[in-house]
Design a protein around this ligand. Structure first.
Ligand SMILES: [Zn+2]
Length: 376
């Protein structure tokens, strides 16, 4: 029997929490903790990527910090709006940075120090970790000290799709809140709001992405999709993987330039007013931000390559094109058997682990293209 989900919305629930789709249990727990004024020192929001964990973490902070006396978490006041735009001083978002995409000891030490002080303008501070499993193990050990001696005004929210990689000693100090996959209708609706595409395409993409919004958007990203299609077309035609590697590098350089421009624009502070040490520190932050964004773009290219290889595998097994991410590419599928397709998929997984070990992206790409070249 299907689970009966009550459509009743608690009218006292903050509007920003009411907006969250399909996460009834998580929202109920968070709303109760606000109502009873029992906000934990640390939460672990866990579940698949792209289902609203970060969105919920920010909505939770809005619901607690909002100063609207009639409706907490109004979503429109200055506090709510600054949290929404990631510029509220008491709501910090920590992301993995640099080539290794790790949150390092230095960052954790800074956070430990920050947590000693009172919040700047509110009575509570939120520190949200995106991809908390990317806190390096030494950094996790440093973080543990702060979690063991909680400071009353700080709440940590760890977001993770892979909580098994977080030390048990850290996990056990966080209140776990589980996030579910979104329903198909929800993903279709959200994709439709973001991208103007036909209803059928939206629902197909929603189905393929298994209820993960961020993945759906990546599948639809036309630049990267065209690039990956072109790449496999040329590999299938027997083009030299070395030349393709050079083209791919050029594509990434273009992406990097665009990101550099955007990041420098958004960090538009008058550097003349800063001391040399501050300028230096700021430049390092900017560089780290750029590296993190380039790494994300590269990750999503890898994801699209995985989608293509999965297509090949599905098609070999079913001869049915209804369930493919790239149905327009059937004619370009390499004449692999399923073992070769699986080997290709495994290689992409291996490439991911190389990246976290700080092996150069160029080398990784070259090895990948050689491995995927159907001739070899
Ligand atoms: Zn508000």
């Amino acid at each position: 029997m299907p689970e009966i989900v009550s459509n009743h919305i608690d009218t006292l629930m903050p509007p920003v929490l009411q907006r969250i789709q399909d996460q009834h249990t998580a929202i109920r727990i968070l709303n109760n903790s606000i109502k009873n004024n029992r906000i934990s020192h640390a939460y672990l929001f866990w579940g698949p990527d792209g289902v609203g964990k970060k969105f919920t973490a920010k909505a939770f902070a809005q619901s607690v910090l909002c100063q609207n006396t009639e409706t907490k978490g109004c979503g429109v006041c200055s506090i709510c709006s600054r949290i929404e735009r990631d510029i509220h001083p008491d709501v910090m978002i920590i992301r993995p940075m640099g080539k290794t995409r790790l949150i390092g000891v230095d960052t954790i030490e800074d956070i430990n120090k920050t947590a000693q002080y009172r919040p700047y303008e509110s009575n509570r501070r939120f520190i949200i970790f995106e991809d908390a499993e990317r806190i390096g193990i030494p950094a996790q050990n440093h973080f543990l000290k702060t979690l063991e001696e909680p400071v009353s005004e700080t709440t940590f929210i760890l977001l993770s799709s892979n909580p098994g990689l977080i030390l048990p000693t850290i996990r056990s100090r966080c209140q776990p809140i589980r996030f579910q996959r979104l329903r198909l209708e929800t993903v279709t609706k959200i994709i439709n709001q973001i991208k103007e595409i036909p209803e059928e395409t939206a629902s197909l993409v929603a189905m393929l992405s298994q209820g993960q919004i961020s993945k759906s958007i990546e599948i639809l990203d036309s630049d990267k999709r065209t690039l990956i299609m072109e790449l496999f077309k040329q590999l299938a035609q027997g083009r030299d993987p070395l030349l393709l590697t050079a083209e791919f590098d050029q594509f990434l350089t273009g992406i990097r330039k665009r990101i550099e421009k955007e990041v420098n624009k958004s960090e538009n502070i008058d550097k003349k007013e800063l001391t040399p040490a501050e300028q230096n520190a700021m430049q390092q932050l900017i560089n780290a931000e750029i590296e993190a964004q380039v790494a994300n773009e590269f990750e999503s290219c890898l994801y699209l390559i995985t989608c293509f290889l999965r297509d090949v595998l599905v098609y070999i097994n079913t001869q049915n094109s209804d369930m493919l991410y790239f149905p327009e590419m059937i004619s370009e599928f390499p004449s692999w058997n399923h073992l070769q397709a699986e080997a290709g998929l495994n290689f992409v997984e291996k490439v991911r682990s190389y990246l976290s070990r700080n092996i150069s992206r160029e080398k990784v790409v070259r090895d990948l293209f050689f491995a995927l070249s159907p001739k070899i």
